[in-house]
Design a binder for this molecule. Structure first.
Ligand SMILES: [Fe+2]
Length: 591
């Protein structure tokens, strides 16, 4: 039985193909269209899924959309009526997109895929989120917490999964939204909403949470674990382009200008920014203020999530927790939930945000609607497109790109030797990853022992702000030597870089390039059976360097989606100052 799940028209469009309940292919549209966070109808991702499954649209048994369009329209109409006339603009703009796309998604699916109307199903947004975590998890019983910006009406749920069924027993509703609260601060701090949330999380450790009392003026946690926003500070419910209002600014001061460079006395002025400006100290002082605000919203978000998780644990008595929704990507909060609540195991799926809704919707149909039993869990994130040696070889030859083709041993030794010499390497292997993190198949890798490496990678490739941490990939069995994560191998979120944990104090000086300013790391545990070549590379690097850890950052330029094809990879390599490019067994070098 073939079921296609689709999510689109909101954040990250994606498609997933399940065959008899098992994932055949899963990918976000942005990897194909090269439009970051592409939310349009995922034609390319769907075609990729169908091709991988060797079928046509008409062969599908069901196509499942990740939310219910009419319920969402209902929410927009109701919130517009409540805040009319200030909401007129949001209403007009929403109606245009609704009329063009969303209400007709059923017909679009029918015509694009050639499937009949009775095969098209709709799952509720938060049920898609819940299913995307629980039904992929190794647990046969678990509590479920979903938290995001907003689905149809719902912004968060408490639930329980047992066997192949999920029951969501509590829900929080728009406009009370933790995701939208965090996004308001993302915008205030000068970043793009739905993109810059990671930057807020990365900036937070440079600040002190001095303003938590002020943030608590905006939000209150209720005794049942839910929360309420004071809407007097926000305008996302009646504006299309603003999330916070004048009262918010009166409380926190003027917003940070989007183009302002970030540095503090602690970071110093990064060399790759060029010459320090005359008003360096003044800018440091101002940035410190914004870092303190980032620390404050991050702290309150963590406290709210801890409060929700503790309450959910009390209600259910369960020891395992599945988290989904965009807030599930807050790996700092995930780490704290594991350490500070009675839950002793978490599952978060790599595409915890809206892209993952495509997966959840398909799993919902298969297990909950059709009653099929569970049959295994998601063990890794490698569900995207791969390219054969033949395809890569043709690409290199057709474009006259000088290269070497090496056997596995020579390739791995060659890469290790270059890493040891401080080279930065584009590493392209197998199927690209599902979700926003690069996990060793479309990664840029470097030596984590070199204290200069953060600046080198930033200067050569990423041009990122200095507060963005780089992640460590570590051999799963060696994790506990370097990171404070007891029982590391059983923690699935660590496979997907969804935990930030302390780097062991004694090891921090050995791993300066992946240790964040607060002594933590967003680690990825690497398993031999799931990524054999990446595992071997780290193993050999460990033999040469003494630490089985490499610095891993996503294979893209700033602002671009992670690479998909060999051509994407080569272009990124050419446009940056990366030293070498590895495409499967082919090695390309810059002189
Ligand atoms: Fe969502």
């Amino acid at each position: 039985m073939d079921i296609l799940g689709i999510s689109c028209y909101y954040h990250d469009a994606a498609a997933v193909l399940l065959r008899d309940g098992k994932i055949v292919a899963a990918a976000e549209e942005e990897r194909f269209s090269r439009v970051k966070h592409d939310y349009g109808f995922p034609r390319n991702a769907i075609n990729f899924c169908l091709e991988t499954g060797g079928i046509q649209g008409a062969d599908l048994d069901h196509v499942v959309f990740f939310e219910k369009p009419f319920r969402k329209l209902d929410r927009i109409l109701m919130s517009v009526l409540q805040t009319y006339p200030s909401s007129w603009k949001v209403f007009r703009e929403s109606m245009i997109t609704w009329m063009i796309d969303k209400l007709w998604v059923g017909s679009t699916i029918e015509s694009q895929l050639g499937v009949s109307k009775n095969k098209v199903l709709f799952c509720e947004h938060h049920l898609s989120h819940a299913a995307s975590a629980y039904l992929c998890s190794p647990f046969d019983e678990a509590a479920i917490l979903t938290v995001d910006g907003v689905g149809e009406w719902v912004t968060g749920t408490f639930g329980v999964g047992r066997g192949n069924q999920i029951r969501l027993h509590k829900q929080m509703e728009f406009p009370h939204s933790l995701g939208l609260l965090y996004s308001a601060f993302t915008a205030f701090l000068g970043f793009e909403v739905n993109e810059g949330e990671y930057k807020v999380m990365g900036m937070a450790p440079y600040g002190q949470p001095r303003y938590v009392d002020k943030v608590w003026k905006l939000v209150e946690q209720n005794a049942d674990g839910s929360f309420s926003l004071d809407m007097d500070y926000f305008c996302f419910h009646h504006s299309t382009d603003k999330t916070f209002n004048r009262r918010f600014v009166d409380l926190f001061g003027e917003p940070r200008p989007p183009k302002m460079q970030f540095y503090t006395e602690a970071t110093g002025f990064p060399r790759y920014f060029g010459e320090a400006p005359a008003n360096y100290s003044e800018e440091c002082r101002l940035n410190q203020h914004y870092a303190d605000i980032a620390a404050s919203i991050q702290r309150v978000t963590e406290e709210l999530l801890l409060g929700m998780a503790r309450r959910l644990q009390e209600e259910t008595g369960l020891k395992r927790l599945c988290i989904a929704g965009g807030v599930g990507l807050n790996s700092v909060a995930n780490g704290r939930i594991l350490r500070e609540t009675p839950f002793d195991e978490l599952y978060v799926q790599p595409a915890a945000g809206d892209g993952g809704g495509a997966l959840g919707a398909a799993l919902w149909a298969y297990h909950m609607l059709l009653g099929k039993p569970r049959n295994g869990c998601m063990e890794h994130a490698y569900w995207g497109q791969s390219y054969s040696s033949g395809e890569i070889s043709s690409f290199l030859r057709e474009n006259n790109i000088p290269h070497q083709q090496l056997d596995d041993d020579a390739l791995l030794d060659g890469v290790v030797e270059r890493l040891m010499r401080g080279k930065v390497i584009g590493w392209f292997q197998g199927r690209f990853e599902w979700g926003p993190r690069a996990l060793g198949n479309r990664s840029i890798i470097a030596d984590p022992r070199n204290p200069e490496m953060k600046d080198i990678v930033n200067a050569k490739i990423k041009f990122r702000e200095p507060y963005r941490p780089f992640a460590p990939s570590v051999l799963a069995e060696c994790t506990e030597r370097y990171f404070d994560l007891p029982g590391a191998v059983r923690h699935y979120p660590a496979r997907y870089m969804l935990y930030v944990v302390p780097v062991k104090t004694a090891e921090q000086s050995h791993l300066p390039a992946i240790t964040h300013v607060d002594g933590t790391g967003r680690l990825q545990t690497v398993f031999r059976q799931h990524s054999p070549r990446y595992y071997q590379l780290i193993e050999r690097f460990g033999q040469a360097a003494g630490v089985p850890v490499v610095l891993n950052t996503s294979f893209n330029l700033k602002g671009e989606p992670i690479v998909n094809t060999p051509a994407n990879a080569f272009n990124t390599f050419s446009k940056s100052e990366m030293d070498c490019l590895v495409l499967e067994n082919f090695l390309v070098e810059k002189n």
